[in-house]
Structure formats: structure tokens, C-alpha cells
Design a protein around this ligand. Structure first.
Ligand code: C2E
Ligand code: MG
Ligand code: MG
Ligand code: MG
Length: 293
């Protein structure tokens, strides 16, 4: 591959120029321009994946995950466009839309289903958002406008995002003061620092799928999964196992002391209308029972 030395755009440093990187930059620029119009054109939507209790599989909460239906390219994974939005700064606006949409949805479910409504909804928040000193005020304003109980909302952050700067840590503390719950996402894959569990007001620890994948074998991942339970218990943090795909994994995690899990074995992310069907279930059963009575 031909490499040329080129001046890094804006950086003022000399770096290696790589045509493949240039192609990526090209795709990024085009997708970025499309993303700028995606919110206005209603191309983004949220899906919700249940977080369940073990061993019953009963839903304990939901995680909101963003989706983009691109008019020409079809569905684009957040694994692709979220990092892009992080790089070009659009994550601030996308994140704002995600948060407001998820909060309105929780409030709607609350109005419609009352005590049967999902107890908690988790929203992923990126490093850039956490570095906006105004972010907690924005969240407070949304809570007030929508009239939502802050205890219904869980903010998922990664270790790397929190450890990035002191500003992020400060924002996390202020979110906690607002009455929101904090979850550490993808735990074990970033710059895992146990002091983070001491210094931040973490309520949930989401242990990354890469550990869960190894739980049924005699692996270092299984040893770590077992060890983390002791740590979270002592610190009164709830552990959630991410990416559980088999009954065998679920069973092994339950035996290790995990009370919560998330993964395709239990449910895939689904549109809000399917969540409503789940919530309608118990209600319709009740209605039938009262008709019989
Ligand atoms: P995450 O927050 O760790 O979300 C979990 C991801 O794992 C989701 O992928 C989910 O669909 C997937 N997943 C759940 N169970 C299983 C399983 O059993 N097997 C496998 N293979 N995968 C499973 P998704 O929705 O593609 O999102 C990918 C990542 O993109 C998320 O990882 C999160 O980091 C980011 N993301 C998604 N939505 C948002 C958002 O609204 N805002 C921000 N900032 N990031 C988001
Ligand atoms: Mg997450
Ligand atoms: Mg996760
Ligand atoms: Mg993960």
C-alpha cells in the first residue's frame, strides 16, 4: 500500500497518509452529512432490549438502543454511526434526541400502564456528552418538562468515557445527585479501574459479553465473572451479564450469583410497539380473569 507523508488536517502534525484511511474519511463525510438530516427526516428510532432477572427471565428494565434506517443504505448499525457521530461532534444532537425520545416513551408507558410499566429504562451516553458541563442541567430540564421520576432513568456510561477527564466524573456525580442511576457499560473492556467503583456513584455494573462468552468453559473469563460478583456484592452494586445467548450461560451465571442478565437468549431489542404488546399481556390476562369471575 502506497503511503505518503501528509499534513494532518487541522492537527498541524505530520502523519502517514493511507489511501484506505482516506476512503474511510470519505464514507464518514458522506454518512455524516446524511446523519445531519436523519433526525429531521425521522430516520432514527429507538429499540428496547429487556434486562431480565435470573433465573425467572422476568423483565427488570429495558435498554434503549438507537437505530438508523438510511433511505438508500438500509439499516446502519450504531456500532458504525455512533463512533462517527462521536468523531464529528453530532453525537451531542443525536444523544439529545435519544434521551428525549426515551424519556417521553417511559412517561407514555407510565401513563398507560401505571404499576405494570417498565421499572427502569437505560440510555447510553457517550464520552462527548459526559464532557459537556451543561449536560446535567439539560437532563434536569427534560425531567421537569416531561414530568418524569428520575429514578426511572439509568444512564449507561463506559469506563473509558468516565476516566477520560475530570469533567466527565463531575458530570456523572451531578447526574447521581439528580436521582438518576448510573450503569458502567461494557465493564472489563476499557481501562478497567477498580477505583472507578469507589469514586463514582455506580449502581449497575454491566459485565461485557466477551466475559460471558467464556463462562461455560474453564477460562480466565469465567474466573473474572465469578470474582466480580464478590466485589459488586460488597459494594452494593448490581451486576448485569451482557450478551447472554444460551440457556447454559444463563444457568451458569445464576449459579455464580448473577441476578440480572441481558441477551438474545431472553429477548432481542424490539420496537416500542412490541414492548407494549408485552405489557398488554398481563393486563389482558387480568381482564379475562375478571370476566370469568
Ligand atoms: P451496548 O450499549 O453495550 O449495547 C449492547 C449491544 O449488544 C447492542 O448492540 C445489543 O443489540 C447487543 N446485544 C444484546 N444482546 C446480545 C447478544 O446476546 N448477542 C450479541 N451478539 N449482541 C447482543 P447495538 O444495538 O448494535 O449497539 C451497539 C453499541 O452502540 C452499544 O453497545 C452502544 O455502545 C452503542 N449505542 C447504541 N445505541 C446508542 C445510543 O443511543 N447512544 C450511544 N451513545 N450509544 C449507543
Ligand atoms: Mg449499553
Ligand atoms: Mg453494554
Ligand atoms: Mg457491550
Amino acid at each position: 500500500v502506497a503511503m505518503y507523508a501528509a499534513k494532518h488536517a487541522g492537527g498541524g502534525r505530520w502523519t502517514w497518509y493511507d489511501p484506505i484511511m482516506d476512503e474511510r474519511a470519505d464514507t464518514d463525510a458522506r454518512l455524516g452529512a446524511d446523519l445531519r438530516r436523519a433526525i429531521a427526516r425521522d430516520e432514527l428510532f429507538l429499540v428496547y432490549q429487556p434486562i431480565v432477572e435470573l433465573p425467572s427471565g422476568r423483565p427488570a428494565g429495558l435498554e434503549a438502543l438507537v437505530r438508523w434506517r438510511h433511505p438508500e443504505h438500509g439499516m446502519i448499525s450504531p456500532a458504525q454511526f455512533i463512533p462517527l457521530a462521536e468523531r464529528d461532534g453530532q453525537i451531542i444532537e443525536v444523544g439529545r434526541w435519544v434521551l428525549a425520545t426515551a424519556m417521553r416513551q417511559i412517561a407514555d408507558w407510565q401513563r398507560e400502564y401505571g404499576a405494570d410499566a417498565p421499572r427502569k429504562v437505560s440510555v447510553n451516553v457517550s464520552a462527548r456528552q459526559l464532557n459537556e458541563p451543561g449536560f446535567p442541567d439539560e437532563v434536569a430540564e427534560l425531567l421537569a418538562t416531561i414530568g418524569l421520576d428520575p429514578a426511572k432513568l439509568v444512564i449507561e456510561v463506559t469506563e473509558t468515557a468516565v476516566l477520560g477527564t475530570g469533567a466527565a466524573l463531575d458530570v456523572v456525580r451531578r447526574l447521581d445527585e439528580l436521582g438518576l442511576k448510573i450503569a458502567l457499560d461494557d465493564f472489563g473492556t476499557g481501562q478497567s479501574s477498580l477505583s472507578l467503583l469507589v469514586d463514582t456513584p455506580v449502581s449497575w455494573l454491566k459485565v461485557d459479553k466477551s466475559f460471558v462468552d467464556g463462562v461455560t468453559s474453564d477460562s480466565p473469563q469465567a474466573v473474572i465473572l465469578d470474582g466480580l460478583i464478590g466485589i459488586t456484592r460488597g459494594l452494593r452494586i448490581q451486576a448485569v451479564a451482557e450478551g447472554v445467548e444460551t440457556a447454559e450461560q444463563a444457568e451458569r451465571l445464576h449459579r455464580a450469583g448473577y441476578r440480572f442478565a441481558q441477551g438474545y437468549h431472553f429477548a432481542r431489542p424490539m420496537p416500542a410497539s412490541d414492548v407494549a404488546l408485552l405489557l398488554d399481556g398481563p393486563r389482558q390476562r387480568e381482564a379475562r380473569q375478571s370476566q370469568l369471575a
